[in-house]
Design a binder for this molecule. Structure first.
Ligand SMILES: NC(=O)c1ccc[n+]([C@@H]2O[C@H](COP(=O)([O-])OP(=O)(O)OC[C@H]3O[C@@H](n4cnc5c(N)ncnc54)[C@H](O)[C@@H]3O)[C@@H](O)[C@H]2O)c1
Length: 188
């Protein structure tokens, strides 16, 4: 089977989790991808992902710090798992280089940012998708099936509300520290 040369761009928490997904596909004999590079300006993060990739695939992907460097590695597609603020810049840049892209949610921080990616994909004919794992969550698939089959009638109105609060910093720093103008990149 011909494999698609892929790079993970953004080697933090989700970059590593996407690697685990690729490893599962590989173990199941279903992978259409070859991970050729790990891209992150924070070299330690890219090195960590490359080392774990080597354990799973028996081959170490290249470590690079930017899309410019990535261009030397013959990628056809990128899996963009950076902090949200970079999604539209990297997504547009990637498709303009001729690469297909999957972009972690939120695909863009604003509607305008998301539309920039959509326009660039249309102009270049590249495929862009959003990585949204909740779409595949069993409970959401059940809800979709129930709706599609009319099992719960023809819903006209739905209200969904959640609320939360607190000062705890959870999962990753960028969620809470919005003012990072001085930071070149957001470390894990
Ligand atoms: N689907 C889910 O369940 C889920 C869960 C958590 C996070 N996310 C999403 O995943 C994305 C990443 O979140 P995270 O928690 O992994 O963040 P993180 O901070 O752990 O990792 C982000 C990585 O991106 C790197 N980065 C920043 N700028 C870059 C650039 N220009 N090029 C390459 N790499 C760059 C950072 O150095 C860092 O290693 C976010 O969009 C977030 O919303 C999704």
């Amino acid at each position: 089977m011909e494999r698609i040369p892929l790079a993970i761009v953004g080697c933090g928490g989700m970059g590593h989790r996407h690697l685990f997904g690729l490893a599962e596909l590989h173990r199941a004999g279903l992978s259409r991808f070859e991970l050729v590079a790990a891209c992150d300006p924070v070299t330690d993060n890219a090195e960590s992902l490359a080392a774990q990739a080597e354990e799973h695939f028996g081959k170490r992907p290249a470590v690079v710090g930017s899309l410019d460097e990535l261009a030397a590695h013959g990628v056809a597609a990128v899996d963009i798992t950076t902090t949200p603020r970079y999604h539209h810049m990297l997504g547009v840049d990637a498709v303009q280089r001729g690469w297909h892209a999957m972009i972690e949610k939120p695909v863009g921080l604003t509607v305008r940012a998301a539309n920039r990616i959509r326009a660039a994909a249309a102009e270049t004919g590249r495929v862009v998708s959003t990585a949204e794992n909740y779409r595949r969550d069993p409970i959401n698939r059940l809800a979709k099936a129930l709706l599609a089959q009319g099992a719960i009638g023809d819903p006209r109105f739905m209200i969904h509300q959640t609320a939360g609060g607190g000062n705890l910093m959870t999962i990753s720093v960028w969620r809470h520290q919005k003012d990072q103008r001085a930071a070149r990149a957001d470390p894990v």
